[in-house]
Ligand binder design. Sequence first.
Ligand SMILES: C=C(O[C@@H]1C=C(C(=O)O)C=C[C@H]1O)C(=O)O
Length: 383
Amino acid sequence: MTDINLDQMRQDIDNIDEKLTDLFKERMEKSLEIAKYKKGHKVPVFSDKREKEILHKVSEQIGEPFDGYARLLFNTIFDASRSCQNNYMAKRSDLADRIEEALKETPNLFPKKAVVACQGVAGSYSQAACEKLFEVPSIMYFNSFEGVFNAVEKGLCQYGILPIENSSYGSVGAVYDLMQNYNFHIAKGIRLRISHNLMAKPGTALSDVKEIFSHEQALGQCGDFLKELKDVKVTVVENTAIAAKMVAESDREDVAAICSKECADLYGLDVLKKQIQLSDNNYTRFICISKKMEIYPGSNKISLILSLPHTPRSLYLAISKFAALGINLTKLESRPIPGSDFEFMFYFDLDASVYSPELINLLSEMESQPETFVFLGCYTEVI
Ligand SMILES: C=C(O[C@@H]1C=C(C(=O)O)C=C[C@H]1O)C(=O)O
């Protein structure tokens, strides 16, 4: 009996959906007609006033308890309608030409050899990421992340390796902030499993340790282990391998470093405690940056930087453009713009590829807006 009723009710829903689908198609065709008018008369796609009027009318007409749901539905309809208009009206941009050129000029295979900038000294996790990406890299080390960006922008190194995010401790804010100041592209990404160790000079016991050196991220990833230690000072240095080197060169017997196990051989240190990070599944994502845009075959991730106007719904409207194309947003990072009044730069990672004409149209449209828009690259992430 229940099943028969359910079947009947579903049949009713099917009948309603049929009418809705026909009406939706009719509405989208009308929206496209409006796009033709807008293109001819140079009228912008988005009209906040018109959308608000429709939402108000719809809410009044439908009343409680469905008015909130109706607004949700109509906002989605507007997203689809605007996306269709934008796709129709898109002008080919300079970015579209640069992407096409990069697709033509990038070789099929990622290079085996290159001069690559890494932050820190030998034994750093950046070195491990670099050696996973390139078979025979010539690595140049720089004290700071800024040095890596500089070396690539000035052409001193073909590529640079930078950590951007850790699975347990989050984004590397310093690298995101520097992205605003340099011209570069992302050619590849790599995800590296990170295992931290406490290391000291041979003869130092865990109970002797009074000061631990490491990078801020590594210290954060080992927070639980550090909390257990009593009367131990924690000191932040630029890099985990720099910490290992400092400990090895120190004449003190009460210092230790948190670093990779490769540092043991390199700097003659002993492991006091293995695997001290919060989680066994501890990964860091690195980007490999280049000066020129390079897009290797099969690239399926896109990174963008956007500044958005300080107006209601501006972030929603940007995200809805990706949603309307069915694009998965895998990361959204926001960082304050220095010197501004709480204005932010947004960093988007998308599961998307430049082989899609709709996406090229969307990127072209975004580039034509007055706000900052930077296409960082289309690449694959090696796991
Ligand atoms: C269809 C138009 O373009 C956009 C889409 C709207 C819609 O789908 O109803 C409304 C306003 C605009 O943001 C229009 O300007 O009328």
